[in-house]
Design a protein around this ligand. Structure first.
Ligand code: SAH
Length: 246
């Protein structure tokens, strides 16, 4: 069933306009009588029925309130160095399914992908569309935010506290495991930093350590960046969040 995120609050009758209405009426060719799952700004969820269209509005009536939240109890930010196009699309989609709340794309030394301002914004919009679609597919009750691309060093030094305790998956780290780091780290917000296909430079690793981003190993094998991103998010969500946890 289609899932819609509306800016306002649920009510017996909801009228959509603008791009939401156009998307529903024209792109998705929805029809009167069709049911949708509607998630409102307070993450309340309801089954609603389409009752009418005009040139630029869609009206729905509330059928029944549904069980609420599918959001993880933790805030998880994925800071990921720019990967090649299809891999980035994949990582964005998996981050949504794995309950991440924010994606921070980074431009680091070894990134193959490089975008100027305009191209970077076009890519961010593309990733946000992929994230919104993934949220509908997996039944999220909140939308993940894709932040504008930042240079690696700038993000490290200006990192906001609200993104919580941070670690970086470092292919050269042999001692500190992600499991050990999670055991010794409390709180409900975490940031996972993943390097590009070419890995982190030693200088970048040093800079991360100096700004309280802990190096961790995911084990003895060298994973592809997209595999490391999925593995790291899954481990954090399992230990601290709601992925297969008791
Ligand atoms: N080109 C590098 C590997 C980069 S792998 C080399 O051959 O050494 C891409 C990213 O995945 C890394 O920067 C790191 O963030 C992550 N990664 C891959 N394997 C990892 C591991 N075993 N432990 C921690 N991070 C890993």
């Amino acid at each position: 069933m289609r899932r819609l995120f509306i800016p306002g609050r649920l009510a017996d009758t909801v009228t959509l306009s603008g791009s939401d209405a156009h998307h529903l009426g024209y792109t998705l060719r929805a029809r009167v009588g069709e049911r949708c799952v509607v998630v409102d700004a307070a993450r309340e969820v309801a089954s609603m029925e389409i009752t009418g269209f005009t040139a630029d509005t869609v009206t729905l009536r509330l059928v029944e309130k549904l069980a609420a939240d599918t959001e993880s109890p933790i805030r998880l930010t994925l800071a990921v160095c720019l990967l090649k196009s299809d891999k980035m699309d994949f990582v964005v989609q998996k981050a949504v399914e794995l309950g991440a709340t924010r994606i921070q794309p980074l431009a680091s030394e070894n990134c193959v992908a490089r975008y100027d301002g305009k191209k970077a914004e076009a890519r961010r919009e593309r990733w946000q569309r992929i994230a919104d679609e993934a949220a509908k597919q997996c039944g999220r009750t909140a939308l993940l935010t894709v932040a504008p691309v930042l240079p690696f060093g700038e993000w490290l030094t200006a990192r906001e506290d609200e993104d919580g305790a941070a670690f970086f998956c470092y292919e050269a780290e042999r001692e500190n495991t992600l499991g050990a780091w999670l055991t010794e780290t409390s709180g409900d917000a975490f940031t996972a930093l993943i390097g590009p296909e070419g890995g982190f430079t030693p200088a970048e690793a040093e800079m991360a350590k100096r700004t309280d981003v802990a190096p961790v190993t995911l084990g003895p094998r060298i994973l592809r960046a997209e595999t490391a991103a999925v593995a790291a998010m899954a481990i954090v969500q399992h230990v601290k969040g709601d992925l297969g946890s008791e």
